[in-house]
Design a protein around this ligand. Structure first.
Ligand SMILES: Nc1ncnc2c1ncn2[C@@H]1O[C@H](COP(=O)(O)OP(=O)(O)O)[C@@H](O)[C@H]1O
Ligand SMILES: [Mg+2]
Length: 570
């Protein structure tokens, strides 16, 4: 007998008895046999073990007998692959997946796993609709970021007091990146530094803080993404400070907490609170977080900063019990003092918890807060500089591989970019845009380059881009429609997507709203800068009204933010 952490998957065919009636029994038998073979092959090729067959059901365990770094992800990839195979056979299946501790009995003739995760996965398989993959809370947490999910509500489990919250897996996010961003050059030492910081954090079970400094477009976010992708068996949560963030001081923390608990921005308070309780596994912490952070609003709500800090610390400690936790705070140069205080406190106060806090900031952070990270022996700073000429050349060659840009132009782009990868990407896009391709000379700064690309857009696309900039780094289709009632938004959006100004966001924080994001924060900043003050005030007003209509209470903070802006541009 052995206890192990595993991810359990149940598949069952939909209505195979109906199939029996409709078809020649021999054909049915052959199909079902093929289904068993294909399913077993899928599971085994992803590193899982097929455990038993009962009727048409297949149970599989990932992590038994051998543990892999990414058993949850493997199970989900296998689940999608099984669905595809089953579909190709003209059959349909339901799948349930959950992770947790299992007891493995290998004294019996075959290995046999039992435990809570097995019961839950089996139950989730029963409630899944045909063609659906339903996930329990543990597997969702372990696979956060590698799968797009949709809320599927609570499910009662026999013998358990509380229902478990469930999610439908929509699609795997392990997709290859697009052409202009796939290539990664250099940064070996910087990656190593981050990897070492994580390894030490895990070894010592102590929190540490790494701040990555650098100019816009130099590659901070990309470096951290590459690091996070390579960091196996960790939970990563991201939060971004918003520019001029008054009133939403704790927004980045709130978004981390919400994504760890699967709470959408427009979730009603009662539902959010329920999920928080499930995620926290401790009512005291959930209560405190809910009140202190206003859960949905990240407002202080009359609580003292001390109480808030305490709740967040307990939350992080609890999450880090399951596996090491990486918290990535982006755009920290825009964070407000109280948030910076909480982050510094977290880095110092977390006990017996493997938590790596990565802060990404422009160098301005140190002007605002010269002492940042100071006084903490477990804080590191990492300044990200220009790519070397060789690395820049490698990147340009990759970016322009399929174009016939003359060598003189390439050389000029290289010279002007001064080792800034965003500059190189933007020049590659200029060469790719038919309208901007005629740009006579390459501007000197990356901001000017982006401005020139925006200028080359036709008027409706430019308006829609400005509206998007007003909404934020991530924006919603419905909000664009509200801001641009007389424009063909779909057509403009297509153009913006094609020119890589923006990209679809895999997960929307407002249910039922398609979300998009700016390819880079700087594109948003430049686009926002092209709005006149009068336009800004009016559009922030319209947006506040849209938000109010969409979800009056839950999105109150976003609404307040826009109202505030409508007033403050003057
Ligand atoms: N080392 C690199 N190799 C290839 N592309 C890179 C590299 N660093 C950054 N990029 C690309 O350059 C662009 C800007 O990088 P990003 O990380 O967003 O910059 P920052 O966060 O510093 O503003 C992104 O599209 C990114 O994919
Ligand atoms: Mg960035």
């Amino acid at each position: 007998m052995e206890r192990k952490l595993a991810t359990v998957l149940f598949v069952d065919l939909v209505d195979s008895t109906g199939l029996v009636d409709a078809l020649d029994p021999e054909i049915v038998q052959r199909r079902v046999r093929e289904y068993f073979d294909e399913t077993s092959a899928c599971i085994e090729s992803h590193g899982g073990m097929v455990e038993k067959f009962a009727g048409d059901a297949v149970m599989a365990a990932f992590g038994v007998p051998r543990t892999h770094e990414d058993d949850a992800q493997r199970a989900l990839r296998a689940a999608f692959a099984v669905m595809e195979k089953v579909h190709a056979l003209g059959l349909e299946a339901r799948i349930g997946v959950e992770a947790g501790e299992v007891v493995v009995d290998d004294t019996a003739s075959s290995t046999f796993a039992t435990g809570e995760a097995v019961n839950v996965a089996a139950r989730l398989q029963q409630v899944a609709a045909p063609g659906e993959i339903v996930l329990g809370p543990s597997v969702r947490r372990l696979a956060a970021g590698s799968v797009e999910v949709e809320d599927a509500g609570p499910v009662e489990i026999k013998g358990r007091r509380d229902a478990v919250w469930t999610w439908r897996a929509i699609r795997s996010l392990d997709v290859p990146r697009r052409a202009t961003t796939a290539w990664f050059v250099g940064r070996e030492q910087e990656l190593e530094l981050l990897e070492n910081a994580l390894a030490r954090t895990v070894r010592d079970r102590r929190a540490s803080l790494v701040t990555v400094y650098g100019d816009p477009g130099i590659g901070k976010t990309r470096l951290v993404s590459e690091f996070v992708e390579g960091a196996e068996r960790t939970t990563t949560l991201r939060g971004r400070a918003l520019p001029y963030g008054e009133g939403i001081t704790y927004w980045p923390l709130a978004s981390m907490i919400k994504s760890s608990a699967g709470i959408s921005d427009d979730a009603p308070a009662a539902e959010a609170f329920e999920k928080l309780r499930l995620c926290c596994e401790s009512e005291a912490v959930a209560d405190l977080l809910a009140v202190a952070l206003g859960v949905l609003g990240a407002a202080e709500d009359g609580r003292t900063a001390g109480e808030l800090t305490w709740a967040v610390t307990l939350w992080a400690e609890q999450l880090a019990q399951a596996q090491p936790l990486v918290l990535v705070f982006e755009d920290v140069q825009w964070a407000e003092e109280p948030l910076l205080d909480v982050v510094e406190h977290l880095a110092r106060a977390l006990r017996d918890s493997p938590v790596l806090i990565v802060c990404v900031a422009r160098p301005d952070l140190l002007e605002m807060r010269p002492s940042w990270g100071g006084g903490n022996p477990r804080a590191l700073a990492l300044e990200l500089g220009a790519l070397s000429p060789d690395e820049s050349r490698e990147l340009v060659d990759a970016l322009l591989a399929r174009t016939d840009v003359p060598p003189a132009q390439r050389a000029l782009a290289l010279e002007k970019a001064e080792g800034n990868p965003l500059f190189l990407e933007e020049t590659a896009r200029v060469f790719g845009d038919e309208d901007a391709g005629t740009l006579r000379r390459i501007p000197d700064s990356v901001q000017a380059l982006i401005a020139a690309r925006i200028d080359a857009l036709d008027a409706p696309a430019k308006r829609v881009l400005q509206h998007a900039a007003l909404i934020g780094r991530v924006f919603w289709r419905g909000a664009l429609d509200a801001l641009s009632p007389d424009l063909d938004v779909a057509c403009a959006l297509d153009k913006l997507l094609e020119r890589e100004f923006v990209t679809p966001e895999s997960h929307s924080s407002i249910s039922g709203e398609r979300a998009f994001r700016f390819q880079h924060g700087l594109i948003r900043e430049v686009a926002y800068g092209t709005l006149t003050k009068a336009h800004r005030a009016e559009d922030h007003q319209t947006l506040a009204a849209w938000v109010a209509e969409r979800a009056p209470e839950e999105l109150a903070d976003i609404r307040a933010y826009h109202l505030d802006h409508a007033a403050s541009v003057w």
